[in-house]
Design a protein around this ligand. Structure first.
Ligand code: NAD
Length: 268
């Protein structure tokens, strides 16, 4: 049984981490941390998560009591909070799963340094299916060879600011690495004009933004007469939550080191 503490516990991801972590027989939620000025400070984290009281109040600081036994902190907050969490976990010998985005290269170096003292795992996308999709793309691309066109299509809700999505670009990167293409030279994010037929080496990433779409990524492999579509459909952010909880259960009791979702899936 791994004891977990959630940082950012009053946020959208944090509340689902508490709710689904509480329901997971391999985990016990022992701590819930959020910003000191959060208006819900002191309230029961289970009640905030909609699962009833679990005896864990929302607090402003990580507690040294958490260091006993296999214990993991899961941080889905903001970079400023995550920086404090990395330092605290390294100083107290507690494992750490990081989902916060927007971290800098210096933060990434701090994560690598902390891996000398604790087991630590950072992932930009915790969805197990997206991680498996990367693996399938990496296997399919060289199996099919250069005669098969590779294109990527992603769809998200109308409020999404960035395009293409980070996940679509990461999938393009995986396809490039698997086929010897250059991400910089071969990946396009638009195709428009009077005379722009597909060049064999190109991978185009197309984005559409519609309504409240929860997110979809399709990687196409096509030649004359046939097509393979590898598609991930997201229906809620619980996919990331379940992946992060699986990572925490896996990380509990592991030796110090830097891990990723490939290790969790046994693909490392
Ligand atoms: P959110 O804004 O709903 O929640 C963030 C929470 O962190 C808030 O409750 C906020 O008060 C808290 N917080 C802010 N500063 C803090 C500090 N110094 N210490 C402790 N807590 C602090 O955001 P969200 O949608 O829950 O997303 C949280 C993070 O997770 C974002 O960076 C988001 O991009 C990332 N995310 C990652 C993945 C993934 O798969 N890696 C998936 C979804 C979201």
């Amino acid at each position: 049984m791994t004891r977990i503490t959630v940082v950012g516990a009053a946020g959208r991801m944090g509340r689902r981490l508490v709710a689904l972590g509480h329901a997971d027989p391999a985990l016990v939620v022992v701590g819930a941390v959020d910003a000191a000025d959060h208006p819900e400070q002191g309230k029961d984290a289970g009640e905030l998560a909609g699962v009833g009281p679990i005896g864990v109040p929302l607090s402003a600081e990580l507690s040294a009591e958490l260091s006993a036994g296999p214990s993991v902190v899961i941080d889905f907050s903001l970079p400023e909070g995550t920086r404090k969490t990395i330092a605290w976990c390294a100083a107290h010998g507690v494992g750490l799963v990081i989902g916060t985005t927007g971290l800098t290269d210096a933060d990434d170096r701090a994560i690598t340094a902390a891996a000398g003292a604790i087991p630590i795992l950072r992932a930009s996308n915790f969805s197990l299916v997206v991680n498996v999709l990367h693996e399938l793309v990496a296997r399919a691309a060289p199996l099919l060879g250069p005669g098969y066109d590779i294109e990527i299509m992603e769809a998200h809700h109308r409020f999404k600011k960035d395009a293409p999505s980070g996940t679509a670009l990461a999938l393009a990167q995986t396809a490039c690495a698997a086929t010897g293409r250059s991400f910089k030279d071969d990946v396009l994010t638009t195709r428009s004009g009077d005379d722009v037929p597909r060049e064999p080496h190109q991978i185009t990433v197309q984005s559409i933004r519609i309504g409240d779409h929860a997110g979809e990524h399709t990687v196409y492999f096509a030649a004359l007469g046939e097509r393979l579509e590898l598609k991930h459909v997201s229906t809620s952010r619980d996919s990331y939550v379940l992946g992060a909880l699986r990572a925490a259960a896996w990380l509990g009791g592991k030796p110090a080191g830097r891990y990723d979702m490939k290790d969790v899936l046994g693909l490392g």
